[in-house]
Ligand binder design. Structure first.
Ligand SMILES: *Cc1c(COP(=O)(O)O)cnc(C)c1O
Length: 400
């Protein structure tokens, strides 16, 4: 065990299974550990660093805002936040933004807003429909909406019913809406930690149709799928639907904590002063970085370049799949959000992750045997080639 592992176990609470490396530096798409070993980062801090590390535009914003001020409070106008909110709204739905520090807090804000909406309407609608295996956060409110054994715990909040449905089953969805009269449907367009399971286009459109027909709210959790990860700014934009509310976080702060909701016109003016708030969010520094990220994505062609880089990665993965068809069972996801569903045992999948790490490639595992790739949009073709070479090599070794 290294010195840092020993100290980590002594002083930090045991809430994560950590990989045994300590990062000293990160440049572009490469992490460098304290021993000087380099790793290709296909994990991006769990879908946070969409532009890789130390991107020049992000660093410039960091220095510029850092010299101005770090914190002022929501009692003042916050110019970086205003700019960022304008960008987010102009590239999604007509409405207004509430900023938070994290994804779970975005979920909390959404839950409170839907509560207020239901209370004011008094039409008997209550609670949320969520997908089996969904993940919406770990605070006490958000954890109720999360449907993963090991994350979800049943805290008694009776006035907040949560109804779970099997993803991609439109009949089941229609049935529960009929029977339970929920106020809202909340879904990730691609279930992330639930195993990288996309909701199909026809299902998302059916969801929207039901919401319009029954006057329910459609909430899209784009915390992981957003910020260009799937090739559009938000993933729902592939499917021609219009949600009533969008949750965002992860990539939006360029590596700093930031999240929030975009509430469509029906919800945008429901919160009054005092109804909700937080001291820190939006940090002007996080918001300044957010503006740099969105500028790169939307005004400097990074979204398109990300799509091209993702296409190349998919092409190479599909070629490799032909060599190992029984092991690489299915490749799911979109753009730079990819789940390689394997037929490996959990032990073999763990070994694959550690062997790849040994070879200098960092990938994530989810649902035990799904290799989850969350590469930066800036992934170069040469980096893809290196990854595919390592994956081929490590798979051959495990299967031999
Ligand atoms: C990560 C994630 C969250 C929670 O975000 P935190 O910042 O970790 O609180 C919620 N929903 C989805 C889809 C996520 O991927």
């Amino acid at each position: 065990m290294t010195q840092w592992q020993t100290l980590d176990r002594q002083y930090l609470m045991n809430t994560y299974l950590r990989l045994p490396i300590a990062i000293a530096e990160a440049r572009g798409n490469t992490l460098i550990d304290t021993e000087g070993k380099e790793y290709l980062d296909l994990f991006t801090g769990l879908a946070v660093n969409v532009l890789g590390h130390s991107h020049p535009a992000v660093m410039e914003a960091l220095h510029r805002q850092g010299e101005q001020f770090l914190h002022i409070s929501n009692k003042f106008l916050n110019i970086p936040a205003i700019r960022l909110a304008e960008r987010l709204v102009k590239h999604s739905i007509s409405g207004k933004v509430f900023f938070s520090n994290s994804g779970a807090e975005a979920t909390e804000a959404a839950v409170k807003l839907v509560h207020k909406w239901t209370k004011e309407r008094e039409d008997g609608k209550r609670g949320f429909v969520v997908m089996k295996k969904s993940f919406h956060g770990r605070t006490l409110g958000a954890v109720r909406l999360t449907r993963q054994p090991g994350v979800y715990q049943d805290f008694p909040m009776p006035e907040f019913p949560v109804i779970e449905v099997e993803p991609n089953d439109p009949d089941a969805l229609e049935r529960v809406c009929e029977e339970e009269n929920p106020a809202a449907i909340l879904a990730e367009p691609i279930l992330g930690s639930g195993g990288v399971e996309p909701l199909v286009s026809s299902y998302l459109r059916e969801m929207e149709r039901l919401c319009r027909e029954r006057s329910m709210l459609l909430l899209m959790d784009e915390i992981q799928t957003g910020m260009g990860r799937t090739g559009t700014l938000f993933a729902y934009q592939h499917d021609g639907i219009e949600p009533d509310l969008i949750l965002f976080a992860k990539g939006v702060g360029g590596g700093l904590p930031l999240g929030g909701i975009i509430a469509g016109d029906e919800l945008a003016d429901l919160f009054r002063p005092g109804d909700h708030g937080t001291t820190f969010a939006p940090s002007p520094l996080s918001a300044a970085l957010g503006n740099a990220v969105l500028e790169e994505l939307l005004e400097r062609g990074q979204l398109e370049e990300g799509r091209r880089n993702a296409e190349y990665l998919w092409e190479k993965l599909r070629q490799l799949q032909k060599r190992f068809p029984s092991v690489l069972r299915e490749i799911r996801g979109r753009g730079m959000m990819i789940g390689v569903h394997t037929s490996l045992t959990p032990e073999q999948a763990n070994r694959l992750q550690l062997d790849l790490l040994d070879d200098g490639v960092l990938v994530d595992l989810t649902q035990q045997t799904v290799v989850r790739l969350l590469p930066p949009l800036t992934l170069k073709h040469a980096e893809t080639d290196r990854f595919i070479g390592c994956l081929e090599h490590c798979l051959s070794r495990i299967l031999s």
